[in-house]
Ligand binder design. Structure first.
Ligand SMILES: NC(=O)c1ccc[n+]([C@@H]2O[C@H](COP(=O)([O-])OP(=O)(O)OC[C@H]3O[C@@H](n4cnc5c(N)ncnc54)[C@H](OP(=O)(O)O)[C@@H]3O)[C@@H](O)[C@H]2O)c1
Length: 236
């Protein structure tokens, strides 16, 4: 039975992934700042932006023989160029990028020894560029450089490193960062070729694919789960 560590696992895409992996007989370890009841596996509370908290987590997970890592914890920071400040920029890097690299560095040692590993990071369609999202887009596109470089260095150890890049998925993050005004929502959805929001389970399916044995020869890739929005807008 393979063991998967998922960050940002207490709701949204992370929780949907934990549930699907459990159903597919993986052993799941979840991480977020707040534990939830009935999580389908072991759970550790950790603030991934806090070094003390991460170091404690690293000790806690040391003996778990983790095969796969899903770097999912993240949040979006919306600011125009005029409002952009470097504290927000640092916050975005410290949550959306740094912990993914730090946890991967920690877990890859054991993966190399075992000659097996899967690292899947959750980027975003915003990595391609999205208005009012400098700090978020920079951090999420950083995951591309990380993933592609690690894919090249780790292929000989049978470790794959891939990305899933969601588009608009109806989660707390999306609600927090986008207007819930009805007419805005209508216009927003009309831009999406599929004219609807994605469900967290649809992203979880892509994450689980990269983790599965079926994806054993796929590395350094990004799979967009965005209703086609990374290709273009819906025709007028
Ligand atoms: N929803 C979308 O449309 C969309 C689109 C593109 C990309 N994404 C990406 O998909 C991933 C999951 O997003 P989601 O939509 O499922 O968002 P969500 O429902 O807000 O979940 C975010 C998760 O990250 C955790 N988290 C946040 N800050 C943390 C911290 N400092 N330390 C540890 N955990 C932390 C949260 O738990 P706590 O708050 O309890 O810590 C939560 O489990 C994110 O990386 C996001 O950028 C989402």
């Amino acid at each position: 039975m393979k063991t998967v560590l998922i960050t940002g696992a207490n709701r949204g895409i992370g929780l949907a992934t934990a549930k699907l992996l459990k159903k597919r007989k993986y052993k799941v370890i979840g991480i977020a700042r707040k534990k939830i009841r009935n999580f389908p596996g072991k759970f550790f509370e950790c603030d991934l932006t806090n070094q003390k908290s991460i170091k404690k987590l690293i000790k806690q997970i040391k003996n778990y023989n983790i095969d796969c890592l899903v770097n999912n914890a993240g949040t979006s920071f919306g600011q125009s160029i005029d409002d952009l400040d470097l504290d927000t920029f640092d916050k975005s890097i410290n949550l959306n990028l740094r912990p993914a690299v730090q946890l991967s560095l920690e877990l890859v040692k054991n993966m190399k020894k075992k000659k097996f590993g899967r690292i899947v990071s959750i980027s975003s369609r915003a990595a391609l560029g999205r208005e009012l999202r400098t700090s978020y887009s920079v951090a999420k596109s950083g995951l591309y450089g990380f993933t592609r470089t690690w894919a090249l260095e780790l292929a000989k150890f049978n470790i794959t490193v891939n990305l899933v890049s969601p588009g608009p998925i109806m989660t707390e993050l999306h609600k927090r960062n986008n207007s819930q005004n009805k007419s805005y929502q209508k216009k927003y959805l009309n831009q999406n070729p599929m004219r609807r929001y994605g469900d967290p389970s649809e992203v979880a399916a892509a994450i689980c694919f990269f983790i599965s044995d079926e994806a054993s020869f796929i590395t350094g890739q990004s799979l967009y789960v965005c209703g086609g929005m990374s290709v273009g807008h819906a025709p007028i």
